[in-house]
Design a protein around this ligand. Structure first.
Ligand SMILES: [Fe+2]
Ligand SMILES: [Fe+2]
Length: 183
């Protein structure tokens, strides 16, 4: 399925941003000041590319189809785990943003919350992506009916085309490359 191959490819971009975030945190541990602009760009990528674009495609299209397909319904518990992890990721990023705001208002101790939430997010997402690449996507590719696969392809292609017209992929890959060049 081309759409699953594309989602695996998107994971490689997301993992590259996780490496950027880890490097930003290591710089903080080594005494650097918090660069709000850089952290906010990483959060923009995480919220709008990793979450809205990628997790949105999983939640609204692939997982939705898996829930309704007899072949993949035995994996319902695994799917619930994926939704929960998406939500945990959103909570870590919300906490990271709050800690960044407190830091900018003079609460320097918030540095520890910036690091804790950013690293917790990277650890969660790495394990989440490994589960999807290594098990869930393979299960979907093997067990979804032909009709379901066609439906996933059709809806993913539509979403990709729409995002492409809005330059979503182009914008966030540029942010990724920009941040990689400065960490
Ligand atoms: Fe996911
Ligand atoms: Fe994913």
């Amino acid at each position: 399925m081309n759409s699953i191959d594309l989602m695996v490819k998107e994971h490689t971009y997301i993992k590259r941003m996780l490496s950027v975030v880890r490097k930003l945190c290591i710089a903080l541990v080594n005494g650097n000041e918090v660069d709000q602009v850089v952290f906010k760009k990483a959060i923009d990528f995480i919220r709008n590319y990793a979450d809205k674009h990628h997790h949105g495609k999983e939640e609204d299209i692939l997982f939705e189809q898996m829930k309704n397909d007899a072949g993949t319904q035995p994996g319902a518990a695994a799917l619930l785990g994926m939704y929960t992890e998406h939500n945990m990721g959103r909570a870590f990023i919300g906490n990271l943003e709050m800690a960044l705001n407190k830091y900018s208002q003079g609460d320097k101790d918030s540095k520890v919350d910036i690091i804790a939430n950013a690293i917790a997010y990277t650890d969660l997402l790495h394990r989440h992506i490994d589960t999807e690449d290594g098990a869930l996507y393979k299960f979907a590719a093997a067990k979804l009916s032909d009709h379901s696969k066609e439906e996933v392809e059709r809806r993913c292609n539509e979403l990709e085309k729409d995002a492409n017209e809005k330059h979503v992929q182009e914008k966030y890959l540029a942010i990724l490359e920009e941040l990689e060049s400065i960490v």
